[in-house]
Design a protein around this ligand. Sequence first.
Ligand code: AMP
Length: 960
Amino acid sequence: MNAALRLFSSTLEDAPQYLKPVWVRIYVFTFFSCIYEAIGDISKYRNANLNVCLHFQWEEVSIMDEKNIPIRTYQVCNVLEPSQNNWLRTDWIPRSGAQRVYVEVKFTLRDCNSLPGVTGTCKETFNLYYHESNDDRESYIKESSFIKVDTVAADESFTQVDVGDRIMKLNTEVRDVKVTTRKGFYLAFQDVGACIALVSVRVFYKTCPLTIRNLATFPDTVTGADTSSLVEVRGSCVNQSEEREEPKMYCGADGEWLVPIGGCLCNPGYEDKGGACKACTAGFYKAKSSDVGCSKCPPHSHSLRDGATVCDCHSGYYRADTDPPAMACTQPPSAPQQLISVVNKTSVVLEWSPPRRLGGRSDTSYKYPRLGSDSGSGSQLCLPCGSDVVFSPGQTDLKATRVVVSELRAHTHYTFIVQAGNGVSQISGAGTAQSVSVTVTTNQAAPSPVSSIQATDVTRHSLSLSWQQPDRPNGVILEYEVKFYEKDQRERSYRIMRTFSRSVDVTGLNPLTVYVFHVRARTAAGYGEFSASFEFSTNSDPFPLIGEGVNSAFLLLSVSGVGILLLISAAVFIISRRRSKYSKTKQDSEEEKHLNPGVKIYVDPFTYEDPDQAIHEFAKEIDVSSIHIERVIGMGEFGEVCSGRLRLQGKREIYVAIKSLKAGYSDKQRRDFLSEASIMGQFDHPNIIRLEGVVTRCKPLMIITEYMENGSLDAFLRKHDGQFTVIQLVGMLRGIASGMKYLSDMSYVHRDLAARNILVNSNLVCKVSDFGLSRVLEDDPEAAYTTRIPIRWTAPEAIAYRKFTTASDVWSYGIVMWEVVSYGERPYWDMNNQDVIKAIEEGYRLPAPMDCPVVLHQLMLDCWERERAERPTFSQILNMLDKLIRNPGTLRRTGGERPTATMLESGVGSEVCVSVVPEVCMPEWSVCEWLQSIGLERYRDTLAAAGYTSLDSLLALTHQ
Ligand code: AMP
């Protein structure tokens, strides 16, 4: 245990005269007295000796221990006189912020039977009291002001023989008490007639010690006041770290830290070394706080100082802005190689090979700045190309080593420079050093096409057209040729006109006719391409306008037509969706049935339109006169739960639980109330609560189930804390798993499996009950989602997106296992729901409860696998638990186990565990029921044949 114990005080010593035992020396005692000395400050007091005031018959006695060292004790031994009431009180003990203190008392006690003639008056216990006070010098405290902590009995008492043999029988008892109301307290020991010697008293409290978790420091924290309380503590990030998510932990009552959430990350330049952030050493770096640790500088870089966040590049090497810090430093590429050019009229194809050195990078690209001249003579290497030149596939940032440059001027020298570059070219300042150039001369070429034609004047029989000179005339334009035809005629017959100017009047056209025009230019190199087609129409009389009424009617028709069309499409879409959904549901259920041939499938009562039809299909109507209500045993969602008796004709009277629906209910409440019976009535399994019937024909409405004497499992376990053997606990878990396997086989998902919804009968048989939550969730998804979901028991996928399946029931089963083994402890203690969700998300899982066998905790962890497909099935869980029951050795605890389970070989060659009979077993519990509860009912006949018909006879079974 990591818990730190804060010691307040210590000890008593010396043995009483009549004992003369061998004493274990505990601590050197300095003084006991009734004189109230100043206590001094708290830190001094923590380890100071206890000041005890002697009252009445208690005597301070010094004796020698077995090593002849003097020790002192307080003793009292008025065993001959009746009605003893002797008090011994400590001085005031400051509580120093503690909320729960522990008192460890070491004492010896004389066996009353070994004292002749003291019968009746001699006791073997003493009482421990406390009194909270702000006054550190109360001289007189009334007996009634003390509150009793406990009656302390000795585990071992000594006799005259022990005294003679100098055998030490020292008892050590620890009690804890909540002290929260005052600055300190007094302890007192009340003797009521025992022969006792107090040897030492140690008072301490527990803290969760200062610790560092996830790079956050959590201070030394005093535990909470109650045994189940958790103290929420916020951590602070260690030096040179920053918060990833607010660090938080809980200090548990026994001084252990629980549930770490969030944490910190070392700053850039620092790494986590055993919980502290240490600077990266020279030659190493860390760029981001989320990086795992410092890394060696990448090639061609270095860091000279500690704490580097990035490594500097060696001279001549560079890092681009977008390069990750982990990337090596690099260089610009060398020039492209072997540049060749092929001229085709006014186009040039350029091709080259990649640079010899790529500089350690893979992002080499090329750009083609072109320098050109417009004359047939020498190059003018300083003029960039005009914007009309076309580069294919592009001019910059190209990966390919080939480019086609077109739309150049005819008869012109061009110099092309191809430049290689990469991500570090700019930073390095490398320019034309990585370039290669070639000079070419373009050939003669026809003019480019005219790009557009406008109609400047339109009459019934003529069109006046004009256009711009081609973008690239490639020489002097000698004339333009205009080709045109009626659109309807296509190009079957066309006319040609020629003109020197950039306009033409086309006459003799038909009115109201669309004509298509193309224009091309001619130079000394010949005609260029025709332009694209341009259409113009000659005029006529104006068209008669369509009447406005007609127009709006048309519009109306169009709009409504479109509307109707949309409506029809929507309807068709919805119907087809519905059909497909329905057929899917049908298909699903058929598939399911196919998967589980012969298995009964649960029917959701809410699929019945008439709830009464469902209830009468699945539940028997009971005549109210056969029910005899006795007392109220609980409060359900719809009203009281009572116990009583049911006598059905021809059957023996049985005990039942009766749930009734309180008056003034709504239709919905009636339906919800009865639905639980409709669900329960479909089940028939020894680990599912059995429905006896319902009363619906008179009021109040009632649901009658079998009676479970021990009520709900969580309360039952809390009441019997620590009283069962581990095998008994596993027996209970087995029953629950068996019930859940049955439900899952029937395709029923419970959604609210928790110890509070398990009922326990007098034979410790556990039965699954409460079939209400699935209904609630289906009814009101939103409300259920936010307010009704039992977060602590529910699988993450069910919380996040309502994926409730048998696998989510398995998760809940794991939580039930934890509840059972911890005797009804609240899962995740008093953490709030949000923290629980967050902790689960971060991978936290509940730790093993005290004394929990490792195999059981492992099974819990399996149930809490994040991936639901990874969780075991109920069938696997059941097998596993059966194996554990048959081999109790695998359940051996780490300490403090109650050793009751032993193994015997049975005559049939299998193992039978015979000592798992529950301690609270009722007399009527039969061998059959017991075998059933541990899943070994198949041995019933074998045992019966051998004459083992009662539990008593079973207990007499020997190994042979
Ligand atoms: P419920 O409405 O089912 O949650 O029941 C409320 C409380 O009534 C439970 O917590 C039990 O303590 C008690 N109870 C319900 N059913 C039974 C039963 N069959 N036998 C004994 N106690 C029951």
